[in-house]
Design a binder for this molecule. Sequence first.
Ligand SMILES: NC(=O)c1ccc[n+]([C@@H]2O[C@H](COP(=O)([O-])OP(=O)(O)OC[C@H]3O[C@@H](n4cnc5c(N)ncnc54)[C@H](O)[C@@H]3O)[C@@H](O)[C@H]2O)c1
Length: 250
Amino acid sequence: MSEWQGRTAVITGGGRGFGKAFAEALCARGAHAVLVDLDRAAGEAAAAELSSRQLSAQALQGDVTDAARMAEVMDLAAQRHGGIDLLINNAGLHSDEYSKPMRVLGIDKVRRLFDVNVMGTVTCTLAAAPFMAGRDGANVVSLSSMAAYPSGTAYGASKLTVAALTIAFASELGGEGIRVNAIAPGMILTETIKAELPEATMDFVRAGQALKTDGAENDIVEAMLYLSGSGARFVTGETLRVTGGMGAGV
Ligand SMILES: NC(=O)c1ccc[n+]([C@@H]2O[C@H](COP(=O)([O-])OP(=O)(O)OC[C@H]3O[C@@H](n4cnc5c(N)ncnc54)[C@H](O)[C@@H]3O)[C@@H](O)[C@H]2O)c1
């Protein structure tokens, strides 16, 4: 029997891209997936698609920056399934736009970027933790980015903060048996990335990878399955780079 059988995963930004792919992989292994998305239609369509295949998925609309709603969402997920085993902090603003200079973005957009990527991670982790404490194998996986490491943009700075929060929460929640890790994907050709990233930028990124192949959604799903599974029972506070060796080095 799969180790995910009957376990409950709350996935923010579950309506599309990585979030939807995470939900699909976990449900296929017997988990209950709770898809939290700002975009009600996307979340409901993703959950309906999974449910039509007899998989256990439910959509809950919400903004990860809304602490009251996130408390409600975690409570609803826990009431329905008896607790929360896995939280995936995946919702994030990442379009090409947020790599523009901050002078161009302006204070309101920079604030919203940090609200969603940074405070959204804090808000959801704090809201889920009480329902995860003491559950065997409970853990959090957040989405950082390879852009964290040069960190030359507001987006990169927000994702470096996600890596730092991963260490902070690993320290804070380890005593309750909750592991906290993150994934830093390189360029992965999700629908959003394909629609938004100019081909020239894609070629520039490819040139910086050690592996001359494109990253696919499944590469990030496999990293999530490793970090959230029992094979990583002694791993916490880590951010795993899945980048094809982009900027490889110490
Ligand atoms: N695709 C990549 O190459 C890549 C690379 C590095 C990191 N990431 C990170 O991975 C995560 C997912 O990326 P993706 O490409 O699947 O994104 P996506 O844009 O395809 O999907 C993100 C989902 O999050 C939802 N969302 C956005 N803001 C929200 C909010 N405030 N509250 C709730 N839901 C919200 C959106 O409605 C959407 O359904 C992001 O955090 C992103 O920064 C992606």
